[in-house]
Design a protein around this ligand. Structure first.
Ligand code: NDP
Ligand code: MG
Length: 389
């Protein structure tokens, strides 16, 4: 980067999470070109305070209003502005003073602030896949209207994005999303029925937040990623394929109309797609470990076990149906995963709750944003009632 170029000012929404903290690692290592403008957290006040003291952002938001005084007092001797509550999250997204929003909030809660940032024409580095799963049509249309580039952070979508650089005139025949298979690859329902929270949280290749770790164990994560890909790359359902690749070295592939397949590879480390999105269009030099092919004498591929991991089939149903189906699927899944993490339901109950909720909530073919919010609320209530919570 030339010396007289301005630093990119980054707003990290969800800075205390797995993606947020890794993004701060990237920014710390690249302080000559990246700086922190906004940080947000939901409840983790101690970490947010620590991050604020290190990175001196202009403003921070703590979602949980009961934590406001604690944060405000800890930063009283600084000039950092402190806000709290859900509304403040949206207002912060509206600030003029940042360039790139890193959307690293987990779940549906990321939708509103991301939409606000899109309406401001910001560059969106998007990790929060649920935003696209819930309302992908509105999000992408709004991004187009406001010329807000959306750069994926999810490793599979970052891989596809990277494969597509320089190919804007060449239609995609299909994309192939790779899936590690999660911690229960090869297991059958008689095993899964007894699976407990702590086991499900242990992913073989990635260290992630609790919700996405459970989604990876059920394969719902791959289903959400199929829907995410549909919107990001403007694809039809039949153009999106999933293949299980347990080594997580090929992060995904694009097949073009001449049959040529491009793959993006690397060691599984989320700092790489985060860094790519924050640096885009430049690649930032780093000294992270390099991929040594000799250590991976075989890269293997297999069909997902749709019979055992039925959430993947449910997500494909939502992908094909369109309308509010994916929004309903996502809401039910968020509620069910939360209940599983609290040891209130079993692992396989997650699938049952999502399935029943998808059957129960009325289909809307072309929802407005308000209707997406209503569908989300209805699905959450229904899912909770199924679990008698
Ligand atoms: P984490 O649970 O680790 O972090 C979530 C972040 O969002 C935290 O900062 C949390 O604050 C904040 N948050 C939680 N609930 C709310 C809410 N209701 N309103 C506002 N903020 C909230 O999640 P991850 O970092 O694992 O994942 C973030 C997103 O990125 C997800 O959508 C996930 O699917 C996606 N992603 C993650 C990957 C990974 O490797 N982790 C890989 C690919 C995609 P607090 O800490 O205070 O609770
Ligand atoms: Mg992914």
């Amino acid at each position: 980067m030339a010396e007289n170029e301005q630093k990119k000012r980054i707003a990290i929404f969800g800075s205390t999470g797995s993606i947020g903290t890794q993004a701060l690692d990237v920014i710390r290592a690249n302080a000559q070109m990246l700086e922190v403008e906004i940080l947000t957290a939901q409840t983790n006040a101690p970490l947010l305070i620590k991050q604020a003291l290190e990175f001196s952002p202009n403003a921070i938001v703590i979602g949980d209003e009961t934590k406001y005084n604690e944060v405000k007092e800890a930063l009283a001797t600084t000039s950092i502005k402190v806000f709290c509550g859900e509304k403040a999250l949206e207002e912060a997204a509206d600030f003029d003073t940042y360039d790139v929003m890193l959307g690293a909030i987990v779940g549906f809660a990321g939708l509103k602030p991301t939409l606000r940032a899109i309406k401001k024409g910001k560059v969106i580095a998007l990790a929060n896949k649920e935003t696209l799963v819930v309302a992908g049509d509105i999000v992408m249309q709004t991004a187009l209207e406001n010329r807000a580039p959306i750069i994926p952070v999810d490793s599979e979508h970052s891989a596809i994005f990277q494969c597509l650089v320089g190919e804007s005139r060449n239609p995609i025949e299909k994309i192939i999303l790779t899936a590690s298979g999660g911690p229960f690859l090869g297991k059958k329902p008689n095993f899964l029925v007894n699976v407990k929270r702590d086991h499900a949280l242990q992913h073989p290749n990635w260290n992630m937040g609790a919700k996405i770790s459970i989604d990876s164990a059920t394969l719902m994560n791959k289903g959400l990623e199929m829907i995410e890909a549909k919107w990001l790359f403007n694809l039809q359902p039949h153009q999106i394929e999933v293949v299980v690749h347990p080594q997580s070295i090929i992060h995904s592939m694009v097949q073009f109309e001449d049959g040529s397949v491009k793959a993006q590879m690397g060691l599984p480390d989320m700092k790489l797609p985060i860094q790519y999105a924050l640096g885009f269009p430049e690649r930032i030099k780093n000294d992270y470990p390099r991929l040594n092919f000799r250590k991976y004498p075989s890269l293997t591929f297999e069909e997902p076990d749709y019979k055992t991991f039925r959430t993947l089939g449910l997500a494909i149903e939502a992908l094909k149906a369109g309308g509010n189906k994916a929004c309903v699927l996502n809401a039910a899944n968020e509620i069910a995963v939360w209940a599983f993490l609290k040891n209130r339901i079993g692992f396989l109950d997650i699938t049952a709750v999502v399935e029943q909720t998808m059957e129960a909530i009325p289909f809307i073919a072309k929802p407005t944003l308000d209707e997406y919010f209503e569908s989300d609320g209805e699905a959450r209530n229904f899912a909770a009632s199924v679990m008698k919570m």
